[in-house]
Ligand binder design. Sequence first.
Ligand SMILES: [Zn+2]
Length: 475
Amino acid sequence: MRVIRYLALVAASLIAAQIQAQSQTNPTAELLRELIRIDTSNPPGNEGALAEFLQPRFEALGFEVSIVETPAEGKAHFIARLRGDGSKRPLLLAAHADVVGVERELWTQEPFAGDIVDGYVYGRGAIDFKGGLAVFAEAVMQLARNDVPLARDVIFLAEADEEGGSYGTGWLARDHWPLIDAEFALNEGGWIIKRQGSDDVRYVSISTADKFMLSLRITASGHSIHSSMPRPDNAIFALARALDKLSEYDGGVQFIPITRQFFETLALTAEEPEKTWLKDFVAGTDAARVAQADRQIGADPLMRAFTRNTIAPVILEAGFRINVIPGTATALVNFRLIPGTDVAAFIEEIRRVTADPAISVEILTNDSQEAALASLQERSRQMPSPEDTELYQALAASARVQYPEALVTSYLFQAGTDAGAWRNRGVPVYGIYPYPIDQDDLSRMHGNDERVPVQSLAEGTEMIYRVLVDVAAAN
Ligand SMILES: [Zn+2]
């Protein structure tokens, strides 16, 4: 009997917790939960299913919807346009619909259920970037629901193939530019970072540039022979030595104006001893103090990431059976470079670091080495989006209204995004993950038990809605 009563109590408290969780939800969180349930792990992506889910919701509110099918089956871009009076050029909000896959056994929550637990929506894409897709979508749909007269078109885009694949925004821009041409755009990028264990927002960063990606194939050659008679020229050992040298290599701290502004802002919001480290770091006058600051600040992988060109071996290939020593061994190494980096010089540096007659280094590409290098150099020269536009200013102002205690700064996004399609054509793009999160939440992005606070989604929607009215409403 006692057991049954106990179980009944547990069941009652579970139901109570569920009711409470439901009462804490909001329209953006509910939309996000539905989006998470559409599995868009890329590959294959299956973004067309998400487009079909969005279509009736936007059409019912008077948006002009275009679904752009790609040559890959089931893969499509979703574009919804809310018409303005045309006196100003369009504003675009872009969010990728695809997500990275999951290592299911490492999750304690269902990755594709969109469950709410303890005030968080859990699921793949909760932060990157279905959370942002939900915020952007909800904010633009509110414009329509509220019948806000618009001076410019507001375009909402849910993109395919941001996490990989051939039919991302580069492809879309090449063949369908008029659908996504705009004066400026919002995308993923900067962060609204909470102090750990608190709901206080410490800073809001808005990305105006992204790091860019270089992938190198490092190949070691040796002698293929029966594994009973090893020789010194072993490809796997040679590759291991090269990777060991890379693991010891650090090209050092490099500031560009955006990252300098970011660290100066961070210093203003920091407590001792972090405040001193940050000041030493940016001042850059005393090498020993910079090194000390770098050790402390760089302990955070995010901070480390945008102060230097990063190096990450990601795929190894060698060998095919137990009794054969393979003749080659290959590592694919992913580098994230700071804009302005001379890519040719950087690759030469990697060759110098791994120098060994058995080792060759080449750009991982389907193009020729020359063409790949030329396009990387062009990408490296892309200028950050300016901070004096109406959109950047409105976003910064809205962030200050939402979080009066927080400081707002520009930011170099530590990864790549699909903003290049617009920045290449001179369209400014500003990035933000529009919801307050803390370091713990951030560390789950592309990892396990990805989640976003339910309340943060509501705040982000308010913040973005205010930006839309500010920038797009007719006055
Ligand atoms: Zn993303």
